[in-house]
Design a protein around this ligand. Structure first.
Ligand code: ZN
Length: 396
């Protein structure tokens, strides 16, 4: 039986190709075009699914960012540096000054807001903006390659439109800008799965950062140890994230789909394959809630592009993905090289020592989340029997 395709929108236009970060910079915004081209070449993106973004208005940006910061950012892009600008994080190795810095960031915000509007109007159930995901930017500070925070603006737009919003951040880096924006608010439940701040930028995202004031218990961090691999990651999803979604019962999910948690990413140290991202997306779809997804990190360009293309295929038509995998198109079937066709990564063989060290660290982390957050909201502590536990039993 063929599953009816969802109303999924892919936010893209050639307008976005006008902008770039400086040559040689790790963040390559052309990943969006590459994902678009790959999906087109595979026949996975029909013209009706592509929606051109609009830019964000100054007023929309001011919903989160200060006027002072926006003015400094715009002036810096024109080469006018002020003392204010360097205090606001502009002109650092991570956030260099370049001509497109204002425009590229405003368009990323506009693209995510275009997606939020599609969800609010009911024109789309799922939206993917591969040009967004800039989760480190603060109200008045640039950080970690991010100047303007489209994820915060996306959450705010949906929340103001009456949606109960759950933010889920799968980027290898902690979503600190989003955490900071909503730390004292209960209107957004923010969950971030990221490599532990002990080993990775930005250093925040500890398990005891659970919000404050009205927002106490509405910020959930799940720091992951080095080498976290697919089955361990999915166990965390099943035991922590899934019960939280069930309890919170969101009207919409905002998803940061950074692909830098993939094994081999040059800036992080996790060990996922894109099969884990695919499985998380499939689980999210079962909640039957609108999803506003944006790209985020990912510094192995080819793997990132393939991961996003796989994500899109599942967003658009989950049964199409299953059909592809069963026909042997999946990289998991192939023995030579990491990838020889299809969109899926090969499964990785995880040494026993790594399984034990990751498992021990994650058990402690999950126990802390259950004690700090589940207890506060009266969420039942999950028992064994999760899907991933069952699946890993049958794995070699
Ligand atoms: Zn990242």
């Amino acid at each position: 039986m063929v599953e009816r395709a969802r109303r999924a929108a892919f936010i893209y236009s050639t307008q976005l190709e006008r902008y770039a970060y400086p040559p040689g910079f790790p963040l390559v915004v052309q990943r969006a075009k590459k994902a678009y081209d790959l999906l087109k070449s595979m026949g996975l993106l029909d013209a009706g699914s592509v929606v051109a973004p609009r830019s964000a208005s100054r007023e929309e940006l001011e919903n989160f960012h200060s006027r002072r910061y926006l003015a400094a950012l715009q002036r810096a892009a024109k080469g006018e540096m002020t003392a204010d600008a360097s205090r606001m994080g502009l002109g650092t190795p991570d956030c260099p000054i370049f001509g497109d810095m204002y425009d590229v960031s405003v368009w990323a915000c506009g693209a995510t807001l275009t997606g939020a509007a599609l969800i609010l109007s009911g024109a789309a159930e799922i939206v993917f903006n591969p040009f967004g995901g800039f989760h480190h930017a603060k109200a008045e500070k640039a950080a970690g390659f991010c100047y303007l925070n489209d994820m915060v603006l996306g959450c705010m737009a949906l929340s103001r439109g009456g949606k109960r919003v759950l933010y889920l951040d799968l980027d290898a880096h902690h979503g600190d800008g989003v955490q900071e924006a909503f730390y004292e608010k209960k209107e957004i439940l923010a969950i971030s799965l990221h490599e532990s701040g002990e080993t990775l930028f930005p250093g925040t995202g500890a398990v005891d950062e659970i919000g404050a004031g009205d927002g106490l218990g509405f910020n959930v961090n799940i720091p992951l140890p080095l080498g976290t691999y697919d089955e361990a990651y999915l166990a965390v999803f099943d035991r922590i994230v899934s019960p939280l979604i069930q309890w919170y019962a969101p009207d919409a999910i905002v998803l940061e789909l950074g692909m830098d948690a993939l094994a081999g990413d040059p800036l992080a140290h996790l060990c996922l394959t894109n099969n884990a991202y695919a499985d998380v997306i499939s689980r999210l779809l079962r909640f039957k809630r609108p999803i506003l997804a944006a790209g985020g990190g990912g510094y192995d360009i080819e793997k990132t592009v393939r991961g996003w293309a796989l994500a899109w295929r599942i967003f658009a038509c989950e049964s199409c993905d299953r059909a592809d995998a069963s026909l042997g198109m999946g990289g998991v079937m192939l023995q030579s090289g990491e990838w020889s066709g299809g969109l899926r990564d090969r499964k990785l063989s995880i040494p026993e020592r790594q399984r034990i060290s990751v498992g021990t660290a994650l058990e402690a982390t999950m126990a802390a989340v259950i004690a700090n957050v589940f207890g506060r909201h009266g969420i039942d502590s999950p028992v064994d029997g999760s899907e991933s536990a069952a699946a890993s039993d049958s794995d070699p």
